[in-house]
Write a protein that binds this ligand. Structure first.
Ligand code: PLP
Length: 489
């Protein structure tokens, strides 16, 4: 399939080439030229397949790769997951389900796309003279997942930048101990938005591109602005729906809601794409933390990025510039690329934009947004553990708080699936504190205590970090990012 740019000034490009390119030449994001419409019967059939096969069916709609070959790629990608189901689904309340997206090598949902993206990229590189240099900004989880996906992948090099003070101890250790000969990790003095905007700037910097080209490399991105991040995420919405039908929890064709803890709007956008493909979705519930720029936007139609930035216990959602919203606005506005160009220009020049009233009304029909502060987030971790026997990570907990409010406010009893985006063991101090009010400085001590009270095991990936040597210690100003990439890769 061809992809087009949200800003309408680049020529269309095959999906696989767009994965290599990352962002469109006009600064826009790649979106499908049209959405494949799949009938319910077929969606349900796909949802009954083992996860890797379901994903291959979905991805074959977008990438010009035969199903058999795609299935080999997805099989290989998801073989690294610790749960045989890949995405197990649990019931945690009446009509309330959790889809666990965190059983990959780095324990966050990002693995689902980032175990596959390098394989798509390698495929795209077959036709390319240059190798790929992947630049990635991370709010905590993308970085590790991208490093793990790309490490020692031939013809690729990857640099990851994270906010020095903005990630959990486990997340930081996961990145600074990264193995592989084609990787670089740098901490940034600043927040995620600083890192992301500098990466975007480097993409548009001809001098930097030339320096990379001299080394035989072409720039690409592993952030969720890359269509190769988005497409694999569509699969688990279709899969989880199919599984609930197969388990007779819902009826074929019955609508469901999805609740998605949101930052850069990538995960929830994939749910919207699943809906456009034909999945019976009633509402998409967008849950933000204290950095509530999205819930304000969904309520007012005004996107106001200029506001105080908060560091929270759900750091992977500490984001004020939510890149993938551009893709949703493109669809909601009836694919009006002129309007999108205006919004993005306003955002750049004055730090905000206002969408048209008709578009705002359209959004409100399909999306509900709210946010959860730290207090209710901690308290739902505790109550969910004590009352439902389920251990939530702080991001998923934000989702459950917002869902509870939604349900009370809208009196909506539609069956609802909550996306569980990370393992609680990635944030052991905060999860332990929420449940027991016990403060542990040391992440591993906290994880051990959490394992004890929950009867779960500390994931092996985290346990081994305790002995792993730290390889990356650079702390940089954002102006030094480009130079650091060229020097180290
Ligand atoms: C990245 C991340 C999010 C936010 O996902 P987006 O696609 O950026 O909206 C939520 N929770 C966790 C644990 C994450 O790693």
């Amino acid at each position: 399939m061809y992809l087009i740019s949200t800003r309408g000034k680049s020529k269309k490009m095959l999906a696989l080439d767009a994965v290599l390119q990352g962002i469109a030449d006009d600064g826009g994001l790649f979106v499908p030229e049209r959405f494949p419409r799949i009938d319910l019967e077929t969606l349900l059939e796909w949802g009954k397949l083992p996860y890797a096969q379901c994903a291959a069916k979905v991805l074959s709609c977008y990438f010009d790769i035969e199903y058999e070959e795609m299935a080999q790629m997805t099989q290989a990608a998801y073989a690294s997951f610790s749960d045989a189901e890949v995405v197990p689904i649990q019931k945690i309340g009446e009509g309330e389900y959790v889809m666990e997206l965190f059983h990959g090598p780095t324990l966050a949902f990002k693995d689902i796309a980032l175990q596959l993206l390098p394989r798509l990229m390698s495929k795209a590189l077959e036709a390319s003279a240059k190798d790929a240099l992947i630049l990635t900004a991370t709010s905590g989880d993308t970085g590790k997942a991208a490093l793990e996906g790309f490490r020692d992948v031939p013809r690729t090099k990857i640099a990851v930048f994270y906010p020095n003070e903005g990630v959990s101890d486990m997340q930081k250790l996961q990145m600074t101990t990264q193995e592989g000969s084609n990787v670089y990790v740098g901490a940034i003095r600043g927040n995620f938005d600083d890192a992301q905007s500098t990466v975007k700037q480097l993409f548009g910097d001809p001098q930097f591109a030339e320096a990379a080209a001299e080394r035989g490399m072409k720039l690409s991105s592993a952030n969720s602005i890359n269509f190769g991040r988005l497409a694999p995420q569509i699969a688990y919405y279709i899969y989880s729906y199919g599984r609930l039908v197969a388990a007779k929890e819902i009826e074929a064709g019955q609508e469901v809601n999805f609740v998605v803890p949101t930052g850069n709007f990538g995960n929830i956008l994939a749910a919207y794409y699943a809906k456009r493909m034909g999945l019976p979705i009633y509402r998409l519930i967008c849950a933000s933390n204290k950095n509530n720029v999205l819930s304000d936007f969904l309520e007012s139609g005004v996107y106001m990025a200029q506001r105080e930035f908060y560091k929270t216990i759900s750091p992977s959602m500490d984001i004020l510039i939510s890149s993938n919203l551009e893709r949703l606005l493109f669809e909601i506005s009836g694919r009006d690329s002129k309007a999108i160009c205006h919004y993005m220009q306003d955002l750049k020049e004055q730090g905000n934009y206002r969408i048209r009233l008709a578009d705002k009304l359209e959004l409100s029909g399909q999306f509900f947004g709210d946010f959860a502060d730290e207090y209710p987030t901690r308290s739902i971790i505790k109550s969910t553990f004590e009352n439902d026997g389920y251990l939530l990570d702080p991001h998923t907990a934000v989702g459950r708080v917002v869902y509870g409010r939604y349900k009370r406010l809208m009196q909506d009893n539609t069956p609802t699936i909550l996306a569980a985006t990370a393992s609680p063991f990635k944030f052991p101090q905060d999860v332990l504190y929420a449940i027991t009010r016990e403060q542990r400085e040391d992440a591993f001590e906290a994880a051990a205590e959490l394992a004890r009270i929950s009867g779960q095991q500390i994931p092996a990936q985290l346990e081994k970090l305790q002995q792993a040597p730290v390889r990356f210690t650079d702390v940089l100003d954002k102006q030094q990012m480009g130079e650091a990439v060229l020097k180290n890769l």
